[in-house]
Ligand binder design. Structure first.
Ligand code: C2E
Ligand code: CA
Ligand code: CA
Length: 275
């Protein structure tokens, strides 16, 4: 009997969790984005063997628990909160990138920031918001990259039109998680993407001796280059993966082998001292 009550409480708790998190998200946003922060993961160019930028990844600390983005981003999307939250991410990341570039903190000519954008943010208002944010934060569009996850929606003509307007602002565009969704490379040639992010699942295959992962990566690298796009492999965790990717001609990588996504102060320390 006690067990049954406990069980039903657990179920009720789990069923209530998305609602509880939605309430928490609303409160946090209303409370000046309290509990949100950005972590930064370095992106490394394999040819010049140096860090060329970082991806900003959103973190949310709620009631002393770190809620993973894979859990709260879909809730924010379903609750109509993603535009407000995404706008905050973009502004914070641009501010940070301006500071890093203006102070030349990392001793390099250009440091690019990549920001994840939900397809739900890609409305007609978005390019204007991006352009205003660049002006307000004084970040040059050359230093901003926008990552959009591969999905069926991005082949929609209206979304493609918005991507073209973004491109005309001077920012670059990446297609994220490439290979997991519905796109094929021939379709991408009509889209204004600059970078193809090869999904971690292909990179994992390299360490498992999976021949098809290697040949798929080689094909993606070859065709991307032919269509004037570069490639970045995600989720690189070993030296072996890194060497194999270099051999395929892949342009850039990111992953735990180099560093996890780090809070600002740790990221700055990592950039300056390598630890
Ligand atoms: P993503 O954009 O594909 O980001 C890569 C995810 O893989 C990140 O997880 C990163 O921490 C993790 N990762 C990086 N390198 C490695 C590795 O070597 N091994 C493993 N196992 N994982 C690695 P995270 O930060 O939990 O983010 C998950 C997803 O949440 C992101 O996937 C992105 O789709 C979404 N996300 C994060 N921040 C934002 C944001 O500001 N806006 C939107 N719309 N989505 C976001
Ligand atoms: Ca991403
Ligand atoms: Ca990804």
């Amino acid at each position: 009997m006690n067990n049954a009550i406990q069980q039903s409480n657990v179920i009720r708790f789990n069923l209530d969790r998305p609602h509880e998190l939605e309430r928490g998200l609303r409160q946090a946003i209303a409370n000046n984005f309290d509990g949100f922060s950005l972590h930064y993961q370095p992106q490394i160019n394999l040819q010049i063997k140096s860090i060329i930028g970082a991806e900003a990844l959103l973190r949310w600390s709620y009631k002393n628990e770190s809620i993973p983005p894979s859990e709260f981003i879909p809730i924010a999307e379903n609750a109509g909160l993603i535009v407000e939250l995404g706008n905050w991410v973009l502004r914070e990341a641009c501010k940070r990138a301006f500071h890093w570039n203006a102070t030349n903190l990392f001793n390099q000519l250009a440091f690019k920031i990549s920001v994840n954008v939900s397809v739900l943010q890609l409305t007609d208002h978005f390019p204007k918001y991006v352009s205003e944010t660049l002006l307000e934060t004084r970040l040059s569009p050359d230093f901003l990259n926008i990552e959009v996850t591969e999905s069926l929606q991005i082949s929609n003509q209206q979304i493609i039109g918005i991507l073209h307007i973004l491109k005309s602002l001077g920012v670059s565009l990446s297609i994220d998680d490439f290979g997991t969704g519905f796109s094929c490379l021939s379709m991408l040639k009509n889209m204004p993407f600059d970078v193809i992010k090869i999904d971690k699942s292909f990179v994992d295959g390299l360490d498992q001796g999976c021949e098809s992962s290697l040949s798929l990566i080689e094909a993606i690298v070859y065709l991307s280059r032919k269509h004037g796009m570069s490639t970045l492999a995600e989720g690189v965790e070993s030296q072996n993966q890194c060497e194999m990717l270099t051999a395929t001609g892949c342009d850039a990588v990111q992953g735990y082998y180099f560093s996890r996504a780090l809070p600002v102060d740790e990221f700055e320390r990592f950039m300056n001292t390598g630890v």
